[in-house]
Structures are given as structure tokens and as C-alpha cells.
Design a protein around this ligand. Sequence first.
Ligand code: G1P
Length: 293
Amino acid sequence: MKNVKKAIIPAAGLGTRFLPATKAMPKEMLPIVDKPTIQYIVEEAIESGIEDIIIVTGKGKRAIEDHFDKNFELEDNLIHKEKYDLLEKVNATSNVEIHFIRQKEPKGLGHAVWCARKFIGDEPFAVLLGDDIVRADKPCLRQLMDQYEETLSSVIGVQKVKDEETHRYGIIDPLQQNGRRYQVNTFVEKPERGSAPSNLAIMGRYVLNPEIFLFLDKQEKGAGGEVQLTDAIQKLNEIQRVFAFDFEGKRYDVGEKLGFVMTTLELALERENLRDNILGYMRELVGDSMVKS
Ligand code: G1P
């Protein structure tokens, strides 16, 4: 059995929801408190046991490459000043190989994953999307990798969303449930409002068998005129079973403004050195009775 050792992180999107901030800065570098969103994703991959990561970038994404590069000057400076806690933070992702490839045209998520096919070769692999940060006792990707090792089938991470939100996601039509794992009838990308077969939504974590490339190779356009990963997964599901797994953990949607601000607030409130000041400031803004300590 081949283990899952490689992961693809697509990061070529234009980030239009965060303009003008993303005019000259990749959306993946926007920080939640003090850490770029993409670093949360890379850390989840490392904690799950991934050894090699390929980040699919595009135009204007150089800052991501610089972020994961070694910065001797900075490290030297921190050692000199004996700032070892900061040095540790700067080196948090140094125990994994990170590679980069460019998606030359923005043709969609399926195409971005396809761009990394030569790096993956004939192995099962993971895909992690940067718009979803998941915090869980056992890392979300590790949960899917455990399912893969048990079933040797591709496994897609899902969670329930509100009925009125299903049109924003890939949705599964479940066939049979076994604990948190589902056999799936069909995977549908962004169903029209009111037509979703369930409210179990794909949440940006995938473990896929390499046969997925048979379908991504054909690159047919789907929802939004883009090559959709979900469509290729559905085709794979027709020749070999693909499971969905309702993973444990809290998922944060940092790909849209409200989710981004709420995540920032929640994670900042967890910091002892920030909590009291933030709560104090919120009381000042909205009044004492609205904010509990
Ligand atoms: C992508 C996927 C979709 C998934 C979503 C999760 O959509 O195509 O299936 O549900 O990520 O965040 P996007 O949000 O990139 O349009």
C-alpha cells in the first residue's frame, strides 16, 4: 500500500473578495492575528504526516515563496538578539519540503490540481484549500488519511452547512452512512439554490487516488465556466468508490470577509496577552452589557 505523503495546496486564485488588499499581496498571505492563512494550512499538513507539499501559485504570488524560504539575515538577527521564541515561529514549517509550480492561466481548481500531476506521479495524495482553516484535536487531513488507510479509497472531507448556503459549495448526495463515513451517489459542484441533494458540503480537504488525473486530463469546464475538481471526483466515483467523511473539528471560512474577521477575533481572544484589551475595547465600542468577560 502506498501511503499519502504528498499534498497539493492550490493558491493561484485572484482573491477578488479582498480587494484592494489583494491587489499587490496574495490573499493567502493575509494574516489571522500574526500568521498568514496559508501557514495554518501548511502546519495542518505537517501535523498530519505530509512530507512534501507543492503550492500551485500564479501571477503576483511571489510573497508566498519568500514566506516559506529560509531567511538567513532574519534568523541571524533573532539569534543575535536572543529572540528564540520568534526564531521558533519563523522556522515552524522548516521540517517539510515545499515546492512551487505556476498555474499559467486561471482555469479553475481542477486545472490547478492538474498542474501538479507530474509532482504527484502514481501515488495517492492530499489537497488542502486555503479558504478553510480547520482546528481539531486530530488534524482534519489526518482524519481523512486514516480513512484512506482503512479503505484505500479516495476520501473527501465534508461538514453540514445551512440549507441557504449549499449553493456556495460542492455538495454530496449520500447513499449510505457508516458512522461519520458516507458512500456517495453523486458529487455536485455548487447546485442551484433549493436543488441541493443534501447539506453535506465539501470543505477543502481531499485525499485522492492518482486516477483522478485521468479525468482532470480531459479538462471539461463546469460550474462558473471553470474546470472543477468536484466534477472529476464524480467521474472517479463512477469507476472506483469515493467516500465522504464528516470530519471532527471547527471549520473557519477565511475566504470571505465576515468569516475572516470572526476568525481573527476568535483566535486573538485566545491569546492571553490580547484578550483583556480586546474585551475592554469591545465594551467601549458596544457597551458593557453586550460583552461578557
Ligand atoms: C471550492 C470547491 C467546492 C468546495 C469549496 C470549499 O469552491 O470547488 O467544492 O465546497 O471550495 O471551500 P470555491 O470556494 O473555491 O469556489
